[in-house]
Structures are given as structure tokens and as C-alpha cells.
Design a protein around this ligand. Structure first.
Ligand SMILES: *Cc1c(COP(=O)(O)O)cnc(C)c1O
Length: 349
């Protein structure tokens, strides 16, 4: 019998738990866009409370949550500062420019954290008639997708926060994997979110819900965001079943993310034992493991193809020099052992 497939391409593939499916089947079916829906309201309240914010908003995706947050903070005027490899700059198809009409200034950084001096130097007052637009927003990302799941240090977030207050510029945190970051730091998500005006997180990634993201902030900000959500077509109708899954994602599934971080460390440590050039286990903070195959005899596409042939799905990433593996609820320690065994056999041949 062939063993079950192990899919390490992303944590977005996690399926709803049986408890989620049961809750979805029995959820309210109000029209959230017309009269409101009680399950959606419960989810939004829960998200806001967890993040230490006054209000929350349920959106179909993290990409839309970022776009709507950016629109609500800026009103489509000014410049947004963020680290150069941010998901918003690299993976959201330029919506911040094309749809929000904003300028962006990519900042140099280290492991996804913007360089603080570069950030301070880039902050500008609006200079009507002069040569610059003003800074409208600072955006941070934690855990950082393209920095291999790196977590922003709280000390940096606090420093950015006080700089932002001095300059009267809001801070938005793209926390698609906010609960992973909080788990790695051993704190509640509110401890991260306290350094931001707004924060969003995905329930559709490692938290196992099928769809959706939550955006949290002040009541006034969320009212603005609610309007922009409608403008971009993100106001949903009978969203109760999706919200029911989201409530369990936050209440139950957020507590088990440490298991995914442990399997990621197990994977990285095992790979480094096979070939130290593949990965530095000390760089693994959450559930993302980037493998550098540039010194491996096989290129990333070959890794992808050969592992795929034995039922292990991995994704080539970034100019074929790397693979990105993401651990999640559907792969346990025994599964990682099997992955390591197959990699060992592949490299020996
Ligand atoms: C996944 C991700 C997003 C986008 O979320 P979608 O729901 O896929 O649109 C945004 N930011 C970061 C950091 C992400 O990892």
C-alpha cells in the first residue's frame, strides 16, 4: 500500500476539522451584507478581543484584508513604507499601486524586519508643492512569509510604534500568520498587535478554516474598512458557515501551532544532518522551512519532481535555487521522518 501523500507546499491546504464541518452545517445563514449575521458578528468580536482591538471585520482573503486596511488608513493618498520583500510588494500583484493608487517605498531589511534607520530616514511630511508625497502608512509583516517565517522582534515593533506616534503615521501589521508569530514568541496575539493601529490574520492557513481573514482595529477604522470592503466586492452574504469555522480556528486550532513549529525544526535539523548547505536549523522560527538547493547536485525542479513521484509535494521557490516547505496539521513527526528518508535516498542516488 502506498503511504498517504504528504503535501508541504503550504499550510493553506489544511482541511476543516470534523468539529468545524459540524459547526458549519449548523451555522446561522443571515445576510451579513444586509442585516448582519450573528455568527459573523461573534467571529469579528472574538478576533478583536484576541487582538486587543475594539472591532473586527471578516474578509474573504488576506490580500483583500491588506488592501482594505491600506485604503482605510490612507484614503488613497500618500506613500506607504514597508520592507522590500513584504508579501504586499512581492505577491499581491501591485494592488497597492493599481487599486489603492499609492506610492510605495521598499525598505532594506533583515529577515523581514525593515532597517530602522532606513525607515526613519524615509518618513516624510506631506510636501504639497515640494518634491514628495507624505508618508501615509507604515506596514510590517509577522511572521514574514518570504523571510522563511521569521518573526519580528517585539523590541523593533515597539521602536517602530513610537516613531510612528512621533510622526503621526499609522502602522498596519500584515499578520497572515500572526498566531504562528505569537506562538513562537510565547505571547498572546494582543502583545504583538499592541504595537499597531490595525492587524490582520488568516484563518485559512495553519488554522484549518477553509476561507477568510480578520482585520482588527479601532471602531472608526473598521467602519471605514467596512465601506472599502464593499467597494472592492468583499462584502459577503451568508457567511455564517465560514465564520463558524473561523471561531473554532481561533479558539481551538491556534493552540496547536507549536506542533507545526516542532515538525519544521525536525525537518530542518534532519535536512542539515544530510547536507548542512541545505538549511540552517537555527533560522527556523515558525512553520516555514526554506531549502537552499544551489549547492545540491539536483535543482529545485528535480527535487519537486522526484519527491512528487513518491507522494511528497514540495514547491520550488524563487529562481529555482530554493524550495519552500510549510508544516501543518496534516503532517506529524512520522511524516517528517518519511520525508527525510526519501530525501536521503534521493541524494544518495
Ligand atoms: C498568505 C499571505 C497573505 C495573503 O493571504 P491570502 O488569503 O492568500 O490572500 C498576505 N500576507 C502574508 C504575509 C501571507 O503569508
Amino acid at each position: 500500500m502506498t503511504p498517504p501523500e504528504i503535501d508541504l507546499r503550504s499550510d493553506t491546504i489544511t482541511r476543516p476539522t470534523p468539529e468545524m464541518l459540524a459547526a458549519m452545517a449548523h451555522a446561522s445563514l443571515g445576510d451579513d451584507s444586509r442585516d448582519g449575521d450573528p455568527t459573523v458578528e461573534r467571529l469579528e468580536d472574538l478576533a478583536a478581543r484576541r487582538c486587543g482591538k475594539a472591532a473586527g471585520l471578516f474578509l474573504p482573503s488576506g490580500t483583500m484584508a491588506n488592501l482594505v486596511a491600506i485604503l482605510a488608513h490612507t484614503g488613497r493618498a500618500g506613500e506607504v513604507l514597508m520592507e522590500a520583500t513584504s508579501h504586499t510588494l512581492t505577491s499581491e500583484l501591485g494592488g497597492i499601486g493599481a487599486l489603492a493608487g499609492l506610492f510605495t517605498r521598499p525598505l532594506p531589511g533583515h529577515r523581514g524586519a525593515p532597517d530602522f534607520d532606513a525607515l526613519r530616514a524615509a518618513l516624510r511630511r506631506p510636501g504639497i508643492g515640494r518634491s514628495n508625497v507624505g508618508t501615509a502608512l507604515i506596514q510590517l509583516e509577522t511572521s514574514h512569509n518570504h523571510a522563511g517565517g521569521a518573526v519580528l522582534p517585539l523590541s523593533l515593533m515597539a521602536a517602530v510604534r513610537s516613531l510612528s506616534l512621533q510622526h503621526n503615521v499609522p502602522v498596519h501589521v500584515d499578520g497572515a500568520r500572526l498566531f504562528n508569530a505569537a506562538t513562537a514568541l510565547g505571547v498572546g496575539v494582543d502583545v504583538i498587535a499592541q504595537h499597531a493601529d490595525s492587524v490582520n490574520f488568516c484563518i485559512s492557513k495553519g488554522l484549518s478554516a477553509p476561507i477568510g481573514s480578520l482585520l482588527c482595529g479601532t471602531t472608526e477604522f473598521i467602519e471605514q474598512a467596512r465601506g472599502y470592503r464593499r467597494m472592492v466586492g468583499g462584502a459577503m452574504r451568508q457567511a455564517g458557515p465560514m465564520a463558524a469555522a473561523g471561531i473554532l480556528a481561533i479558539e481551538k486550532m491556534s493552540a496547536r501551532l507549536g506542533e507545526d513549529h516542532a515538525t519544521a525544526r525536525q525537518l530542518a535539523t534532519g535536512l542539515a544532518a544530510l547536507d548542512p548547505s541545505l538549511v540552517d536549523p537555527a533560522a527556523i522560527e515558525t512553520n516555514i522551512v526554506r531549502i537552499d538547493v544551489s549547492k545540491s547536485p539536483l535543482d529545485a525542479e528535480t527535487w519537486e519532481r522526484k519527491l512528487g513521484a513518491v507522494g511528497i509535494r514540495v514547491g520550488a521557490y524563487g529562481a529555482q535555487k530554493q524550495l519552500r516547505l510549510v508544516t501543518h496539521r496534516h503532517v506529524d513527526a512520522a511524516g517528517i521522518d518519511r520525508v527525510l528518508d526519501e530525501v536521503r535516498k534521493m541524494l544518495q542516488r
